[in-house]
Design a protein around this ligand. Structure first.
Ligand code: NAD
Length: 477
């Protein structure tokens, strides 16, 4: 077996607050999920460190918010250039801490940079609603102050860039709190960008369970942009209420895809497969429940199994690996338990691939037939390399079953007949509905959930304006 990086030497990033290195009493070991061993240890900030970061961010806000939009966008362009120069190192760190194959880690960061570049071009509109002999009225957009950005462990850098770029372009300063499971690449980003932004404009504070709540209740923070689970999103909303913070919540999904009876299983199988199981199934808007007409259920299952059989699972640093491990042991145990309890209650395993036995957190690609929504693997977001295939008799019934969820992040419809597919798409309750693809995201299109999948959107001008408040200037002549 060849390896891209046989022995990855990692220098632990430092904690930078107010532009200075901070020594902490605690350090946090970070596990490589492909080996189960710690590969580095990072400084663990305390709530007192966070207070200092917030104070620095507030001081920096005065100058940064007065910097012209163009000036802020030029700084974001410089950030993009610095990240590009350090792409190899950052990709390696993402693979080491997150587990995904090195090429996918690179793809994650490059994708994030495309969003940054789009924000670096956007104009923030001033709307003139009246301009006559007696009065001029303008609707303007003002930055909010200090943003607290909290990210999940599935796409550490992409999720951070989705928040850093619009937050800064809109004129805010920002403090990113990465997941304690994947803090390394994000902390390294702060080191690399040390000279790009004025002191206090962009900081990363990584720590334990006390840092998140300290951030969301902090009086010096004006907005929280959060990506993570529904349960944490609700806790954040409650915690942020005391200071009436603005919130963007990108939460979990249990996305349904509905294959229509005129679809050709062989031609859609690869897209269905990667719609569900890219990033080892750890995608918020991944396909997590696949509804298939009973007549096609065996054909679709066989076509998916044929794709699954080609997927090589292993350490993301090795050449030729398509899928890495699950990011952490608790999540591996959760996925195992969802599969086992569902099989015990009547789900049928139709494919189980090969995966290293450990000590890393590997899980084989698993396809199950599960024709009952009450089975745990259908009812709950699995967030792992497992896809339940659910046969349906009646399309109206399938739509009702797809919508019978508290979540509504994405959904998809699969058919060569676009008009028919659109008709079904219009009946699905989700923030994004895709036809013949799942998911599809781009910097010009908002992304967010309905129902309990979230609040607000990221990406596009809508995502940028979410980092502003509307203010009115009304002039009597
Ligand atoms: P999580 O909610 O456990 O943790 C996310 C982040 O919140 C971490 O940084 C964590 O330290 C922090 N956190 C935990 N408790 C907190 C609290 N009380 N106050 C403030 N911060 C707190 O989620 P996870 O397990 O890291 O990520 C997986 C989940 O994220 C899945 O449900 C997935 O669907 C969701 N997700 C959603 C999107 C999206 O864009 N909608 C994208 C990626 C992941």
């Amino acid at each position: 077996m060849t390896s891209n990086v046989q022995s990855a030497e990692v220098t632990a990033p430092k904690l930078l607050i107010n532009g200075e290195v901070v020594t902490t009493a605690r350090r946090r070991e970070v596990i490589n999920p492909a080996t189960g061993d710690a590969f580095t240890a990072v400084p663990d900030a305390t709530p007192a460190d966070l207070d200092n970061a917030v104070a620095a961010a507030r001081r920096a806000f005065t100058g940064w918010s007065k910097t012209s939009l163009q000036g802020r966008q030029m700084a974001v362009q410089r950030m993009v250039a610095v990240i590009r120069e350090n792409l190899d190192e950052l990709s390696l760190l993402v693979t080491l801490e997150q587990g995904k194959p090195l090429a996918k880690a690179r793809g994650e960061i490059e994708s994030g940079l495309r969003y940054c570049e789009a924000y670096a071009q956007m104009q923030i509109p001033v709307e003139v609603v009246r301009d006559d002999a007696t009065e001029r009225t303008e609707i303007r957009r003002a930055p909010l102050g200090v943003v607290g950005a909290i990210t999940a462990w599935n796409y550490p850098i992409l999720l951070a860039l989705w928040k850093i770029a619009p937050g800064l372009v809109a004129g805010n300063t920002i403090i990113v709190k990465p997941s304690p499971l994947t803090p390394v690449a994000t902390m390294r980003l702060a080191e690399l960008l040390h000279d790009v932004f004025p002191v206090g404009v962009f900081q990363v504070v990584s720590g334990g369970d006390d840092i998140g709540p300290a951030l969301t209740s902090h009086r010096g923070i004006n907005k929280i942009s959060f990506t993570g689970s529904v349960a944490t999103g609700k806790a954040i909303m409650a915690s942020a209420a005391g200071t009436l913070k603005r919130l963007t919540l990108e939460l979990g999904g249990n996305d349904a895809g509905i294959v229509l009876d005129d679809a050709d299983p062989a031609s859609i199988a690869a897209d269905l497969y990667w719609g569900g199981l890219s990033n080892c199934g750890q995608v918020c808007a991944g396909l997590k429940r696949l509804y298939v007409p009973k007549r096609l259920a065996d054909q679709v299952s066989d076509a998916l199994a044929a794709v699954a059989a080609t997927v090589r699972v292993g350490n993301g640093l090795e050449d030729g690996v398509d899928m890495g491990p699950i990011q952490n042991e608790a999540q591996l145990n959760r996925v195992n338990s969802l599969v086992e309890s569902s099989l015990a209650r009547g789900a049928r395993e139709i494919f189980r691939g090969e995966a290293p036995s450990g000590p890393g957190y590997f899980h084989p690609v698993t396809l199950v037939r599960a024709d009952d929504e009450s089975l745990p693997i259908v009812e709950q977001e699995q967030f792992g390399p497992v896809l339940p295939i659910i046969a349906y008799d009646d399309l109206d019934d399938a739509i009702a079953r797809a919508n019978a969820s508290d979540l509504g992040l994405g959904a998809s419809v699969w058919s060569p007949d676009e008009a028919r597919a659109i008709d079904v798409a219009e009946r699905l309750e989700a923030g994004s509905v895709w036809v013949n693809q799942h998911p599809a995201m781009s910097p010009d299109t908002p992304f967010g959930g309905v129902k309990q999948s979230g609040l607000g959107v990221e990406s596009s001008l809508h995502g940028l304006l979410a980092y502003t408040d509307i203010t009115v200037l009304r002039i009597k002549h």
